[in-house]
Design a protein around this ligand. Sequence first.
Ligand code: HEM
Length: 118
Amino acid sequence: MVHMHLTSIVIAIILFFVSASMQTGSKGQKVTHMILRVFYILILITGGMVFSTAMAGNMAMQYGIKLVGGLLVIGMMEMVLVSKEKGKSNGVLWTLLIVFLVFTIYMGFHLPLGLKFW
Ligand code: HEM
């Protein structure tokens, strides 16, 4: 399940950057954003399932922080794309997205089920 989570995240990140780089209002941009929203749900389901089986134990706090980080990343991705679609400036949202994304990926790999890079 943790691998399905990782696969969903990789696809979602690619879709996010493709959608963010496309012209506002174009069909491609709307379609990639719609597919990205399906992947949010997959990330939530797979992450939630891993969370519910793995969080009990002495790392519960870190699992909780990872969950909040994941939710913030999804929230920021959505806010960046919606603000772009509305033509608003979104520099702050991009910065927050990158910060939360780096943190959440670090936490994901740092926790015991993830691949070990740290
Ligand atoms: C877009 C947002 C998210 C990103 C970028 C992200 C990133 C990651 C990464 C990179 C891993 C390691 C996977 C592996 O090594 O195979 C991971 C694991 C995990 N994620 Fe997420 N995640 C996100 C959202 C969520 C959400 C919303 C939840 C909870 C509902 C969640 C819960 C978990 C759990 C429980 C693990 C397993 C940790 C472990 O024991 O190793 N994630 N995540």
